[in-house]
Design a protein around this ligand. Structure first.
Ligand code: MN
Length: 201
């Protein structure tokens, strides 16, 4: 089994009150774990593919056998997206980004507040299940984008530096249908140091 569920980098309750322990437990131990299990199952009969990195698999889905392409897309995407998502949050969060990341946000969106407004609009505009992303372009400019299901900008060769899971499983226990409340709360737990590190890289 080539892929393994990474442990949460903090306690289940560490992101309260914005994200409750029950949501984090279900989200990580059940939802994310299921993506990992199903990804491994999809690759079970393809030993040659098991040695590839997740990024290599997702970066060239067209090269995969058609029989497992959708399974790898959905479950490999789910594994990659969630592995990043946990790292993008921290109980030690606070404030706004600084340095080159802050400057790039100002250039692209006018101000940090304008960026937050546009990112939230993209989150609310994603019908059904999916993700909202901040992508760093090759020229270091920034773009907000959104994908359905467990698709990722990685699948188009793009560099993600921030992502928000807007599947109902990410927020329904605490926020029910109020996705806007989830997005507003989420800003308080964003790990801007991690985002800045991804941007610098
Ligand atoms: Mn999720």
């Amino acid at each position: 089994m080539p892929f393994v569920l990474p442990p949460l980098p903090y306690d289940y309750a560490a992101l309260e009150p914005q994200l409750d322990a029950a949501t984090m437990r279900f989200h990580h131990d059940n939802h994310h774990n299921t993506y990992v299990t199903n990804l491994n199952n999809a690759l079970a009969n393809y030993p040659d593919l098991q040695s590839l990195s997740l990024e290599a698999l997702l970066g060239d889905l067209e090269a995969l056998p058609e029989a497992i392409r959708t399974a790898v897309r959905n479950n490999g995407g789910g594994h990659w997206n969630h592995s990043l998502f946990w790292e993008l949050m921290t109980p030690d969060a606070g404030g706004a980004p600084t340095g080159p990341l802050a400057e790039a946000l100002n250039t692209a969106f006018g101000s940090f507040a304008d960026f937050q407004e546009k990112f939230k609009a993209a989150a609310l505009g994603r019908f059904g299940s999916g993700w909202v992303w901040l992508v760093a372009n090759p020229d270091k400019s920034l773009t907000i984008t959104s994908t359905p299901n467990q698709d990722s900008p990685l699948m188009e060769g793009k560099q993600v530096i921030l992502g928000l899971d807007v599947w109902e499983h990410a927020y329904y226990l605490k926020y029910q249908f109020k996705r806007a409340g989830y997005v507003d709360a989420w800003w308080h737990i964003v790990n801007w140091a991690k985002v800045a590190a991804l941007y610098a890289a």
